[in-house]
Design a protein around this ligand. Structure first.
Ligand code: M6R
Length: 608
């Protein structure tokens, strides 16, 4: 969603800001803008569409000022247009501001400001902030920002500049991340650490209701009510290479191919072979409470929700926990049975998803032990949970979650192993899981060798208007994930179903033009999935099956087959999801979709 970059230092800000915006493009946006404080003539440019459009304007006309702010906007209030793009200015064109989040009381504030004589140009909620700060400005920008934000309801991450103080940038946050990056004679701020990585590894995470003032190489922080805050910098271990596509045509394909390493990284140092148990350092501080828990609620959204669904099957198989999975966006509307012994696990790649964050806050308020399974280091969810585990998938740029999903599944299995081995999971059974997990990276490498064949299948099927994905038990969440991938990347309508549910309705849709992808591994559900496939076949539906290597029994029941290596049934989803990701990817490419940045989507969804 929206992205912020700010820079004050000793080099031309335009290059650093445009580069930063490009780093944020993966989050999804529809317009962008930049302000450069330049003593004689401050510069503002905004453009609809890609950052490349803004870049063209900037190279043609921007001055070399050494401080500025920039933004990518994902429209919420007011359509994508130049006038609605950020930065927004006050009436006197002295103050410029970019904003992520939503100002809930903007209509009321706007009315008051209009009555006081302010003139608005855009339809955005953001513009009220520029005027509100102007109304409170008496020569001191941080003080004006504090006073203005005290009147605001809603969420914000902002960066503001005033032409009276061309080297200073004031940033603030509530519910929307802002990270400061401090280097030698340069200071930066961004809504996403990936925009800072090239410049410094020294960062400061701003907390809710804090305001920071940046000058080249230094910063100060206060609370909104002007109490000073002392906070040192944290060193972040960036892996800049993982932010480049290398020889891959798209980030999504690169990230699919990075899954063997992602699973290796998720496992590294986390297995105790001697005891057949997992070692999860991030959970050690709460291990006693966790091992005594009787009830686990997993909350998450999108692909992370499907990881949670699978986590439930795995936890129920390996432990005696009662496990519920809940869509984070629905969590607060349920009467939750949070009692002593309830743990809540929030799963999120970005660690910034607003619904997941709201759910974990609610769970915390009700006294649950709140844990996180997050990829992005230092993100808001990691800082609000009692304890957690990083998935170590590396930076995921493609909007579609791929390697973060397989990393999540790996860690959920390790968590189940940790809890299960403290209860009645045997040493042998624990070992079997570990053995299976450790084979996954090489097994994924084998599956990736079939990319060419999967592309051919995509050529054959990508013009279908609809698709059904079916599976049972451990493969049911993978059916849901396969359908989500095809929807978001190829824009093909697809549904994921528990195979046994077909005959309760969806089978009415089946005809020769409505193909089904069936997850039919030779596991405990195999015979029943085959029966469901026969029901589809009897209605002349086309079937692609994913089955276990060496299974020659499907014969004429299917039109096409993809094989995956044999493994433990609880670990098999780590394999079966890979061909589905590739299938969605190739369908998207063949249909000319923007697979790394599908329409209407954002990498991290920071509004509820
Ligand atoms: O960052 P999160 O894991 O919390 O994000 C949750 C969903 O927004 C995300 O998984 C989304 O569904 C992806 N686009 C799926 O590929």
């Amino acid at each position: 969603m929206c992205g912020i970059v700010a820079y004050t230092g000793n080099q031309p800000a335009k290059e650093i800001l445009i580069e930063g915006l490009k780093r944020l493009e993966y989050r999804g946006y529809d317009s962008s803008g930049i302000f450069i404080a330049n003593n004689s003539s401050p510069y503002l440019a905004r453009a609809v569409g890609k950052v490349a459009e803004l870049e063209r304007q900037v190279w043609n006309s921007a001055p070399d000022g050494a401080a500025g702010i920039a933004h990518t906007r994902w429209a919420t209030h007011g359509k994508p247009s130049e006038v609605n793009a950020h930065p927004h200015a006050d009436c006197g064109s002295k103050l410029y501001l970019v904003h992520n989040g939503i100002i809930e009381n903007y209509l009321l504030l706007k009315k008051r400001l209009q009555e006081a004589g302010h003139t608005f140009k855009s339809q955005t909620d953001t513009e009220v902030l520029a005027h509100l700060i102007e109304a409170n400005y008496q020569g001191n920008l941080p003080a004006a920002v504090q006073k203005a934000l005290m009147q605001v309801q809603g969420t914000f991450g902002i960066a503001a500049m005033h032409i009276d103080h061309p080297e200073s940038i004031v940033v603030a946050r509530r519910g929307s991340p802002i990270i400061l990056g401090i280097g030698e004679k340069v200071s930066l701020a961004a809504s996403d650490a990936s925009a800072l990585a090239q410049h410094t590894d020294k960062v400061v995470f701003l907390e809710d209701n804090e305001v920071a003032t940046l000058e080249p190489g230094k910063f100060t922080i206060t609370t909104l009510d002007n109490r000073s805050v002392s906070r040192g910098t944290t060193n972040l271990d960036w892996n800049i290479e993982s932010m480049d596509r290398g020889s891959f045509p798209h980030y999504m394909l690169k990230e699919i191919f990075e899954q063997p390493e992602a699973v290796e990284n998720a496992l590294r140092g986390r297995v105790n072979h001697a005891e057949a148990v997992a070692k999860l350092g991030g959970l050690e501080s709460v291990q006693d409470r966790l091992l005594q828990a009787r009830h686990l609620i997993i909350v998450s959204c999108g692909t992370s929700y499907y990881a949670g669904l699978l986590g439930r099957y795995v936890m129920e198989t390996l432990t005696d926990l009662t496990v519920e999975t809940e869509l984070a966006s629905e969590f607060r509307y349920r009467k939750l049975n949070i009692r002593q012994g309830t743990a809540v696990l929030a799963i999120s790649q970005s660690g910034e998803t607003a619904d997941t964050l709201a759910a974990l806050r609610e769970a915390k308020r009700k006294g649950a032990l709140v844990l996180g399974l997050v990829n992005v280091v230092g993100s808001t969810i990691t800082r609000e949970t009692h304890a957690g585990v990083y998935s170590h998938a590396g930076i995921e740029v493609g909007v579609a979650s791929t390697k973060s999903f397989t990393s999540q599944l790996t860690i959920l299995t390790l968590m189940a192993l940790l809890i299960g081995r403290s209860r009645d999971l045997s040493y042998e059974d624990g070992h079997e899981i570990i053995r299976a997990l450790e084979q996954v990276p090489d097994q994924i490498r084998e599956i990736l060798k079939q990319a060419g064949k999967i592309r051919e299948l995509a050529e054959k099927y990508c013009h279908s208007d609809h698709f059904l994905f079916v599976g049972r038990k451990f493969q049911y969440p993978i059916a849901l994930e396969g359908a989500l991938k095809l929807k978001e990347i190829a824009y093909i309508h697809s549904e994921g179903y528990a195979a046994g549910e077909m005959k309760h309705g969806p089978i009415a849709l089946i005809d020769p033009k409505f193909p089904t992808l069936a997850l039919a591994l030779e596991d405990a559900s195999y015979e029943r999935v085959v029966s469901n496939m026969q029901e589809i076949r009897a209605r002349e539906g086309k079937i692609i099956a994913i089955t276990t290597e060496g299974n020659t029994k499907l014969g004429s029941l299917v039109d096409d087959l993809i094989y995956v290596p044999r493994t433990h049934e609880a670990v098999a989803p780590l394999l079966t999801v890979v061909p589905l990701q590739l299938f969605a990817y190739y369908c998207g490419v063949l249909l000319g979709r923007d697979v790394d940045k599908p329409r209407n989507l954002a990498k991290s969804v920071t509004v509820e």
